[in-house]
Design a protein. Structure first.
Length: 383
């Protein structure tokens, strides 16, 4: 059975967003004891790539050559918050202006996009992402991370990304890593942040990170189905993060491209045609659907980058789904346990600990962690 993202449901998720082992935390649980998970079974293997080879991920660009953030220049509130959040996490972004529909002309749009039939803000979002890919190519960046202005991430994103990179190399069979390109450059798209994603059909190889304290319980995040059910039989779904070759994805809170990936996506979605929102069209490329040329995509699930909504009226949330909704919602950070934005005052103030947004709800996620002592778990290649 081929796993498929329900894009109708996926778009509903986006509308809701708009509207509304020594490898666990040693200092908290194991106190120096040896811990190994899973048991020694032949088809489980832990990759030999050491942290030192991936240390470039700890730099100010998270191991990518550059980081862009997309946002309307009028939304200074979003720019201020993301800039501070990036700073306390230890990385920097270059801002790219979002695109307003009034600045678009029909004759400049590819086949399938019509300003009279497609919501103009959706077209503006597409153009902003095409502009970001354009900049990647213009500057000859080997890799780049692209964030949206309401992106949020875990306080331990650097440790998470280091293990994510190890997972990618394990899936591709790489045993040597360039320290200057810790994720490699032999892929097209890393769907690091989004609403949901899914693996290729009948995929039996994956990378599992069990007992991950940064994984929200299934009640707190999007879910998945299909052949992945067999993976859950080997590792507990609630507390395991999976990394795999992705066939589909939804939402573009944060994703990375290589130079070749940027060229492929820009060609397919700007020079050729687009008949869907930019995230769904990128998903079609990952799956090679219809007449799309398939690109090489990888993703974690749950995702590593989510989206943030400050407490207040819903109409302020999104610049794509325009609404007059005056309903008030609480502060929300989707799919994250130790949200950077929800801990921003503690991080700016130099506090040594941060809080989980749901407290002690999950037995694998402490309600409070000490940043200096936090150890992210190691994963396993399963094949």
């Amino acid at each position: 059975m081929t796993p498929r993202i329900d894009f109708k449901a996926c778009r509903t998720v986006q509308i809701v967003f708009a509207l509304c082992g020594a490898y666990f935390i040693l200092s908290f649980f194991l106190k120096g004891e040896q811990f190994a998970w899973p048991p020694s079974i032949p088809h489980f293997s832990q990759p030999s790539i050491r942290n030192g080879a991936l240390d470039h991920i700890l730099n100010e660009t998270l191991g990518f050559q550059h980081i862009y953030a997309i946002g309307l220049k009028e939304r200074t509130d979003k720019r201020d918050f993301l800039t501070v959040a990036a700073s306390v996490t230890g990385f920097k972004v270059e801002w790219l202006d979002g695109v307003l529909s009034k600045d678009l002309q029909q004759k400049s749009l590819p086949k399938g996009y019509n300003l009279t039939t497609v919501q103009p803000t959706i077209i503006g979002c597409w153009r902003a992402h095409m502009n970001a890919l354009n900049r990647v190519i213009e500057n000859s960046y080997s890799t780049a991370l692209i964030l949206e202005d309401d992106a949020d991430w875990d306080v331990g994103i650097k440790s998470q990304l280091r293990e994510f990179a190890r997972g990618i190399h394990s899936l591709k069979g790489n045993t040597k890593v360039s320290k200057q390109a810790p994720y490699g450059t032999d892929w097209d798209l890393l769907w690091i942040g989004g609403c949901a994603s899914g693996p290729h059909a009948n995929q039996t190889q994956f990378y599992a990170i069990p007992d991950d304290p940064t994984v929200p319980s299934v009640q707190r995040r999007a879910t998945w189905s299909g052949p992945l059910d067999s993976w859950k039989e080997q590792f507990p779904e609630d507390s395991t993060r999976f990394i795999y070759r992705a066939e589909a994805g939804c939402c573009t809170f944060g994703y990375a491209v290589t130079s070749r990936g940027a060229k492929k996506i820009l060609t397919a979605l700007a020079i050729e045609h687009i008949e869907a929102p930019v995230d769904n069209a990128m998903s079609e490329l990952c799956g090679g659907l219809g007449d799309r040329q398939q690109i090489d995509c990888f993703a974690p699930f749950p995702n590593l980058i989510g989206t943030y909504r400050p407490a207040g009226p819903a109409y302020r949330d999104s610049d794509i789904a325009i609404t007059s909704d005056q309903s008030i919602h609480e502060e929300q950070s989707y799919n994250l346990v130790y949200s950077t934005r929800r801990n921003i005052h503690r991080l700016v103030g130099g506090e040594p600990t941060v809080f989980a947004q749901w407290g002690e709800e999950s037995p694998w996620s402490p309600g409070e962690i000490r940043l200096q002592d936090f150890v992210y778990p190691r994963g396993y290649l399963v094949s």
